[in-house]
Ligand binder design. Structure first.
Ligand code: SF4
Ligand code: SF4
Length: 117
């Protein structure tokens, strides 16, 4: 079974993705390339494309609800790592549900993670 997030991407095109600048390559060579971010305030940056009325992260490849991927998945910042897909680890995720609903996608359920789903 492929991971449900690989056929979604809604959260990457729904929320502002803001994080401390030290997660960028300005501080951490393994961090998010700083040129893919923009300054937000004195301490934070946001992923380009997400501080907008119609957020869409610059790293998101594909169409929401179709086949998607993150161009810098291994370097993704803490908000992306912290947003857990609903029921992936046995718990609900209101953020995941809200993002999916905004694109007309049904919420994930525990059944979504069964291999024959
Ligand atoms: S909205 Fe949920 S299912 Fe969709 S990519 Fe984000 S975490 Fe994954
Ligand atoms: S960095 Fe990757 S995981 Fe994070 S919002 Fe952008 S596309 Fe999504």
């Amino acid at each position: 079974m492929s991971h449900p997030c690989q056929h979604c991407g809604a959260c990457c095109a729904r929320f502002r993705v803001a994080f401390h600048w030290s997660e960028t390559t300005d501080f951490d060579p393994a961090g998010m390339p700083v040129e893919l971010t923009e300054p937000l305030d004195a301490h934070r940056v946001s992923m380009r494309g997400t501080d907008s009325r119609a957020p869409h992260c610059i790293n998101l490849d594909g169409t929401v609800g179709g086949r998607v991927s993150c161009r810098h998945y291994e370097r993704r910042p803490s908000p992306c790592r912290d947003l857990v897909a609903a029921w992936e680890f046995g718990a609900p995720s209101p953020q995941c549900d809200r993002a999916r609903a905004a694109y007309g996608l049904a919420p994930l359920t525990p059944e979504s993670w069964k291999s024959d789903a």
